[in-house]
Design a protein around this ligand. Structure first.
Ligand SMILES: Cc1cc2nc3c(=O)[nH]c(=O)nc-3n(C[C@H](O)[C@H](O)[C@H](O)COP(=O)(O)O)c2cc1C
Length: 334
């Protein structure tokens, strides 16, 4: 199991092993997006779990970028002292922690958010393929698109000021940046639609803005939805070749960490380590950028196999670790 427990350094932050706790929404915030006692209680076991890196659940960068009513927000300075308490749990335990920053675009999961007649914005006026809310989003203007990197950079800078080691930009699971990547939801004919270079333009603009805002010591990761369909399924929409192009571009702009998952197909699959075939292919294009493979990894043997095969540099263990917070300590004793 030595490879699993080999340290890795990312931008001066030492990860004690190759196991990552991936972001998992806890739905514990106040309606104004502040962490609560329940939020702290939710994360406390993780700080003692023995993972090498924790990535906290998606925080909306703007109130109009929420998918749920009880979603944490990083949209204003008022959140700083509350977030400081949450970040303090991790720094106090010596566990590097990133916060995921997200804009939901048209992927609204709570109808309550639509109560006052507000309509979400998206790359194109197309109903979101995964949202249960019966809404037609409004197409973003170029002026509105220009404000999105600003919202991300402000949220990211708050995360770092609150005491986290950095942020993860969410470009997976069909949220706004994933909506731009996917031809299913992006039918624009301007510089933000069409080729993968255009569909990924906003993601790179967000990365550039965030990188500049957080300073040299902070880690900037991207969670990349690699395709709209699972491995083995007939490709529809965004393909793995698109993700390979994005990964190659990221390797040339000095991204710190690429966290792989699905885009419109979400994060769930069948069997074990369902994204591994994609992870291997996309990692080949990612140059020196360390990569994480997540999804259906439940045993030390599977985790080790992925690392040994070179499918990824780190493994994400979500629900298995949530079910058994002592899991990594057991893996260590194997
Ligand atoms: C309850 C729940 C909440 C999740 N919340 C997020 C999230 O906030 N951001 C994200 O990128 N993925 C989220 N995910 C996906 C996980 O990070 C992970 O990719 C997924 O659970 C597959 O890994 P696993 O099989 O090890 O659980 C969530 C998953 C679950 C089950």
């Amino acid at each position: 199991m030595t490879l699993l427990f080999e340290p890795l350094e990312i931008r001066g932050h030492r990860l004690r092993n190759r196991i990552v706790a991936p972001p998992m929404a806890s739905l514990t915030s106040t309606k104004t997006g502040l962490p609560t006692v329940d939020t702290l209680d939710n994360y406390r076991p993780l700080t003692e779990s023995g993972v090498g890196l924790a990535i906290l659940e998606h925080h909306a960068v703007h109130a109009e970028g929420r998918t749920r009513l009880r979603q944490l927000l990083l949209d204003r300075d008022e959140v700083l002292s509350y977030q400081g308490d949450l970040a303090g749990l991790f720094s106090g335990a010596g566990l590097p922690a990133l916060v995921q920053v997200n804009h939901a675009g048209s992927y609204v999961e709570d109808d309550d958010l639509l109560d006052d007649g507000w309509l979400p914005k998206a790359p194109s006026p197309i109903r979101h393929p995964r949202s249960t809310a019966l809404i037609m989003p409004v197409k973003l203007t170029l002026e509105e698109i220009a404000l999105i990197p600003v919202a991300f950079l402000e949220a990211a800078s708050r995360a770092v000021r609150a005491g986290y080691c950095g942020v993860e930009i969410h470009a997976a699971h069909g949220y706004l940046l994933g909506q731009f990547l996917s031809p299913m939801t992006n039918r624009r004919s301007d510089n933000y639609g069409g080729s993968i270079k255009n569909r990924a333009r906003l993601l790179f603009e967000v990365h550039e803005a965030v990188r500049e805002a957080v300073g040299d010591e902070a880690v900037v990761a991207v969670r990349l939805g690699m395709a709209d369909t699972l491995p083995g399924a007939e490709p529809v929409g965004q393909t793995v070749d698109d993700a390979r192009w994005v990964a190659a571009e990221f390797s040339s702009v000095g991204l710190d960490l690429l966290d792989f998952s699905g885009n419109m197909c979400g994060y769930d699959g069948h069997g074990e380590a369902w994204f591994a075939p994609y992870c291997r292919t996309v990692k080949d294009s990612a140059g020196d950028v360390p990569t994480i493979c997540t999804g259906g990894i439940r045993s030390a043997e599977t985790a080790l196999r992925l690392l040994e095969r070179g499918d990824c540099d780190l493994v994400g263990v979500g629900r298995a670790l949530k079910r058994d917070p002592g899991l990594i300590h057991k893996w260590k004793d194997l």
